[in-house]
Design a protein. Structure first.
Length: 275
C-alpha cells in the first residue's frame, strides 16, 4: 500500500491489512532482502515500511530487518497472552481469569457462535463496534462497512462471537489467525450499559477461552495495560520497520533522528510505566 508520511513524503507499507495490527508469516532474511530489493526498484522515492513488527512475535524477521538496514521506530506497547503463561503468573493471575469466567457463566448472557450470527444483525454489529472504537476512542480507527461484515459472516474471514441476553446482542468480537497468533480487529459492546455489567471483562474472558481452546497466542493490542497484565498478558514494544537507504540524505536523516529519539527516550518510558 502506498501512502504518505507526516511530512507528505511517499511511503510504501508492505503487508498492510488496513487494520490496527498486521500479522505475519515468519520472513527469512533472504525473503526480506528480496522484498526490499524489489520495492526499492519499484518505489525508488518511497520509504519502505513494515508495521506491527515485534521482536517477541517475529524474532527471526526482526533480526533480518535490522541486518538488512531497517530502522526500528517504536510505535506502541502491545500486550500478548498465551494460554500457558498464567501457570507461570501465580495464584493471582489464575484467580483473576477464573473470576472473569465465572462472571460470564453467571451473567445470563448466551455466547452466540459464528454460525448463529446472521445478516439481520449486521447493523447491530457495526453499531457496537462504532460505539466503542469510533465514538469512545477515535474516528481514525478502522471503519467497517456493512458489506465487509456480511462477507466476514459468509466467508468467515473473521470468526465472530456474540453475547446475547433477552434477545438483544450486547457484545461482539471477530478474530482471525495467522502463524499461531490470533488478533481481534472487531470488538465492541453496548457502552450505554453500566460498567458494573462487566461486558468488557466478559468479552475478554471469551477471547481467552478461544485462545485456550485453539492453543493460540492472543495479540491483545495496546491499551488497558494494567487490566491485561493482571490477567497474565506480557507487554512488548511494537515497531514500524522503515528502510530509507535508497533515499536522499535529507529524508534519511529525518527517520534516523526519529528512530534514535524514540529508542533512547520513548522505549525506556514505556518500559517504566507500561511494561
Amino acid at each position: 500500500m502506498a501512502a504518505q508520511d507526516k511530512q507528505g513524503q511517499p511511503i510504501a507499507i508492505l503487508n498492510n491489512w488496513l487494520l490496527s495490527t498486521n500479522l505475519y508469516h515468519d520472513l527469512s532474511p533472504e525473503q526480506i532482502w528480496a522484498l526490499t530489493h524489489f520495492c526499492t526498484h519499484e518505489f525508488p522515492q518511497h520509504v519502505i515500511a513494515f508495521r506491527s513488527v515485534s521482536a517477541k512475535l517475529h524474532p527471526a524477521m526482526y533480526e533480518g530487518m535490522r541486518k538488512a538496514g531497517y530502522l526500528m521506530v517504536p510505535s506502541r506497547c502491545i500486550y500478548l497472552f498465551h494460554p500457558d503463561w498464567p501457570a507461570l503468573g501465580g495464584w493471582r493471575v489464575r484467580n483473576m481469569l477464573k473470576r472473569d469466567q465465572r462472571m460470564l457463566e453467571n451473567s445470563g448472557y448466551r455466547v452466540i457462535p459464528h454460525e448463529e450470527l446472521h445478516e439481520a444483525l449486521v447493523e447491530r454489529i457495526i453499531d457496537l463496534y462504532n460505539a466503542l472504537y469510533l465514538d469512545k476512542y477515535s474516528h481514525q480507527n478502522p471503519q467497517f462497512t456493512h458489506d465487509f461484515i456480511r462477507l466476514a459472516l459468509k466467508k468467515r474471514t473473521l470468526t465472530l462471537l456474540g453475547l446475547e441476553k433477552d434477545g438483544q446482542l450486547d457484545g461482539i468480537l471477530g478474530y482471525f489467525e495467522r502463524n499461531g497468533v490470533m488478533k481481534t480487529p472487531l470488538f465492541g459492546y453496548d457502552t450505554m450499559l453500566p460498567k458494573e455489567a462487566g461486558l468488557y471483562r466478559m468479552m475478554s474472558s471469551l477471547l481467552v477461552q478461544e485462545a485456550r481452546k485453539k492453543e493460540l497466542l492472543l495479540h491483545q493490542s495496546a491499551g488497558v495495560g494494567a487490566f491485561k497484565a493482571d490477567r497474565g498478558a506480557v507487554g512488548e514494544v511494537e515497531y514500524t520497520a522503515v528502510y530509507v537507504k535508497h533515499l536522499p540524505l535529507s529524508r534519511r536523516i529525518v527517520w534516523r533522528v526519529l528512530s534514535g529519539i524514540l529508542l533512547r527516550f520513548g522505549v525506556p518510558l514505556i518500559q517504566q510505566y507500561q511494561l
